[in-house]
Design a binder for this molecule. Sequence first.
Ligand SMILES: [Zn+2]
Length: 288
Amino acid sequence: MSRFAFDRAHHDRAALLRPDEAWRERDPRVMVLGGEHVATIAGPALRWMDMADAPEGQAVWLGELDGRPHAAVVVDRVPQELEPVSLRMLAPMLEADEMSLAVHAVAMARWLAATPFCPRCGARTEVRSGGHLRHCPSCGASHFPRTDPAVIMLITDADDRALLARNPQWPEGRFSTLAGFVEPGENLEDTVRRETHEEVGITVGEVTYAASQPWPFPASIMIGFFGRAETTEFTVDAHEIAEAQWVTREELTAYGEAGTLVLPPPYVSISRWLIETWHGGEIPGRWT
Ligand SMILES: [Zn+2]
């Protein structure tokens, strides 16, 4: 089984401490972030600091990790001296427990920055509950952080080959699984079938849930599936997919060793995890 950073929760959100701001008395160590950029020490490590040393911003209670309190301070822009790095770049370097805190913090930062006004009446809202609630003083509405579902799927055919595809924005040789957003009124299995048919013209029958991964860029959860193709001929939608191919396990190993196929990073990417789980082990070679 290949390693996966999101196989379980690593921090306790301790949500009961949110409402009366009691968590502030616990003297949490804090992460400073703005959007998806987090303060680091020289790039590869998260920079943790005392609340008193953090720049002014919106405090967010993250919870406890091994009994130790953790929070985030959300700012418009992380000062250069705190060495901001995008979590997308940093993720492969983080351990699962820090990743757990960081994806929570980035999701909260994106939501807080994007939703200052009440969507019901337009008044400016007040942040409450450790950053996890926006209250509207004008109409009384409560607004909570949202998470938008997307599916990501490894499709296999009757010969147990896997379907890999290349996005038009990716360089030659960079492949991944298919993915797409869930539409209103649609169940997840049908999203897998619809997106696969729209993107590569393949008809999918059986769909099985595999695992999921938070993806706070800005507010998604990637819900991972295995799907079984009932057809094998591609009709590629050139806007979404530049090329698609069926690969066997042996071909994937050979391409990885030769460096001709580049996959998403191991450990932090559910698409890589789906591919490796189907493959039955780690795949050699480069990643981006
Ligand atoms: Zn309102």
